[in-house]
Write a protein that binds this ligand. Structure first.
Ligand SMILES: [Zn+2]
Length: 185
């Protein structure tokens, strides 16, 4: 698949439990602090467990992650329930999405989540966090990643035969790809 290596970095670090600020290296948040969304890990848990709680929060339930997860879920068949393992371990949730495209979508989603979190932290320092802005920015990052992917494949690729109804990305009659991500209401 023609995609840049920088899309793989966050996923690789996540698997190694090495994302700084998301429980990486076994570090939870400082005692008494909270995520910008207000979430805190369990004060009673051991530090290693807190670090895992933080990782799960950052990549699944925090504002920017849940916006992206919601957008992905919205483009899947209604019978499919998106689970963390589908995104974190790149497990195809259904046959409706081509496997190789699913891989990229997950890499892009994880990268977008972390980039959006960076935006949230800088927003927090300047103006405070508006959850609606966070939602939009996060999904925009996913959309930009899909557009980058579509543009990088060229008109002749292994995706040139994706049907017009394929979710996330489809192939135009000339074989070039276009993004079809539908946004949830
Ligand atoms: Zn949070």
């Amino acid at each position: 698949m023609n995609k840049k290596n920088n899309w793989k970095e966050v996923w690789w670090r996540l698997l190694q439990h090495g994302v700084v600020g998301a429980g990486g290296h076994g570090w939870p948040m400082k005692r008494g602090t909270a995520c910008p969304c207000g979430w805190q890990h369990s004060a009673a848990s051991p530090r290693a467990t807190q670090a895992l709680q933080l990782r799960e929060h950052v990549f699944w339930t925090c504002t920017e992650a849940s916006a992206i997860i919601r957008a992905i879920q919205h483009n899947l068949p209604v019978s499919v329930q998106l689970l963390p393992r589908h995104v974190w371990l790149l497990e195809q949730p259904c046959q409706t999405v081509r496997k190789e495209l699913w891989y990229f979508l997950c890499l892009a989603a994880l990268t977008a989540i972390l980039r959006a979190r960076g935006l949230v932290l800088s927003m927090l320092a300047r103006t405070g966090v508006d959850p609606a802005v966070v939602d939009t920015r996060a999904v925009d990052l996913l959309l930009a990643a899909l557009k980058d992917f579509a543009a990088c494949q060229g008109s002749v690729s292994s995706f040139s035969d994706l049907g017009q109804s394929h979710p996330f990305v489809y192939a135009r009659p000339n074989g070039s790809l276009a993004v079809s991500l539908q946004l949830p209401p």
